[in-house]
Design a protein. Sequence first.
Length: 227
Amino acid sequence: MRKICLIEDEESLSSLIQMNLELEAYEVETITHGTEAFLRAHEMDRFQLVILDVMLPEVSGLTICKEIRKHSKVPILFLSAKGTTQDRIHGLKLGANDYLPKPFDLEELLLRVQILTGATSTEVVKTIRIGSYEVDFSTYEVIEIGSGEKQDLSKREIELLKLFHERNGEVVSRDEILDRLWQDDQFPSSRTIDNYILAFRKLFEEDPRHPKYFHSVRGVGYKFILK
C-alpha cells in the first residue's frame, strides 16, 4: 500500500483529505505541527509522497521542505493559500515537485497525488479469488468457479471486501471499518459487522466454524488472510 505523509494544521481539511486518500487505498499519516514535521524530516523516505501545507504553526512548510531535501528525494506536493506565480516558483525552487493553491478541487488533488506516487489505473484490482469463488468489484458479483453461478453483493459488502483485500494479513479494527464504510451514516453495532463476517464465512469458507480467510480478533476486529 502506498504511504502518504500529510502535514496540515487545519483539522477539518486534514480529515477531509485523509478520508478521500484512504478511500483511494492510500495509507495516510498526519502531522499537524511544523516543529514535529521539521524534527521528523529525516523519516520521510519511508513515504511515497509528502503533502505539505506552506503556512504551518511554529515552522513553515518552506523550511520543512528544505530540511526534507537534505535527507530524501520523496515527492513533495505543496498546499498553500498563497497561489501567485511567484509563490509557486519559490516553492518549486526549494525542491517541491508540485504546488496546489487553496481552495482546490478534491478531484484535482487526487489526480496530482496519483501522478506523483506513480499510481496508474492498471494498479486497480478488479477481481480477487477467494477459495472457489471470484469476486468482481466492478459488477458487485461473486462467481462460483466451475459452475459459473453468480450471486449479487451489496455495495457495502463489496467495500468491506475491498478493505480486507487492501489490508490482507493485517488486523482491521472495528473503528476503521466504521470510519471507512459507514462514515456519517448511523453507526451499526458490533453485531451488525459480525453479521457481515458470518455471511462471508457462509459464502466463501468450506467450514465456516473453522475459517481459513475471515478471522475474528477478540476485542479488536478482524483479519482477512488470502495467500
